[in-house]
Design a protein around this ligand. Structure first.
Ligand code: SF4
Ligand code: SF4
Length: 241
């Protein structure tokens, strides 16, 4: 991976939205998630590239690292950077992939083909394009999808990144399904005003306590994603006994 690569060209788009995506995803209904920093996940393969590129000033070390083990013993680690730079990360080109691809992520199949897109953070998956705070989503969705289709080709020849995008998609879908089971929808526009506070509160608890992902179905979806990708590309994660 070339860590300096850019994927979306949108100069000064922050002027149109108050820099929403770097501001901490504020929500008046959240009681535990604070907007003074953003937690950015980097799988180990990206984290090593991030460090090699020189990192972002003041964000040289992950605040937390979590190791996960699949049924076959394959392991992967997710490192969490905490960003309080509010858009002023330096050098800007060293920002993590999730920032470079914002506001969307690719939905991929096991071959690495892009079959769609979804909103790129778990805070944004409850908006329609109309209610989304990001101007690029509102006004340039087709354009940014085309840029990602063109610019992600190299990265999607690497099974590790196919797996990363697949995991992100599964995480998002489980959170959406968890909320839909409670409210009949996961779209904020469809929630009656007297239920809005409860809606966001349930989302916050689902995130903080990981309730949306605490299921056998979630574990089996992640394992199946790995197996499908490994069947095509060969084993790509290290096995620990
Ligand atoms: S990507 Fe979207 S939310 Fe982020 S600064 Fe640009 S317009 Fe605003
Ligand atoms: S690393 Fe940069 S682009 Fe990413 S959230 Fe922080 S300030 Fe925004």
């Amino acid at each position: 991976m070339n860590y300096k690569q850019e994927y979306i060209y949108s100069p000064k788009c922050y002027e149109s939205c108050g820099g929403y995506c770097c501001a901490g995803f504020t929500n008046q209904h959240f009681k535990l998630i604070r907007s003074n920093f953003i937690a950015l996940p980097l799988f180990d393969i990206e984290y090593q590239e991030y460090l090699k590129a020189g990192a972002i000033d003041g964000m040289e070390m992950a605040k937390k690292s979590e190791k996960f083990k699949l049924k076959g013993g394959q392991t992967f680690t997710i490192h969490w950077l905490h960003c309080d730079k509010k858009g002023l990360c330096n050098p800007h080109q060293n920002r993590p992939l999730i920032c470079k691809l914002y506001p969307i992520l690719p939905k991929v199949n096991a071959k690495g083909e892009i079959i769609g897109f979804f909103n790129g953070t778990i805070f944004d998956i409850f908006f329609t394009d109309f209610s989304h705070p990001c101007t690029l989503i509102k006004e340039q969705r087709k354009n940014i999808e085309d840029m990602l289709k063109a610019n992600l080709k190299e990265l999607l020849k690497n099974p590790n990144y196919i797996f990363i995008f697949k995991v992100a998609q599964i995480v998002v879908e489980h959170l959406q399904n968890y909320i839909k089971a409670k409210f009949g929808t996961y779209i904020i526009d469809e929630i009656p005003s007297n239920k809005v506070a409860e809606f966001w509160s349930q989302i916050e608890m689902a995130m903080v306590l990981r309730r949306a992902w605490n299921s056998d179905k979630f574990i089996s979806d992640i394992n199946r994603a790995y197996e499908e990708i490994a069947k095509i590309w060969g084993e790509f994660l290290q096995v620990e006994v």
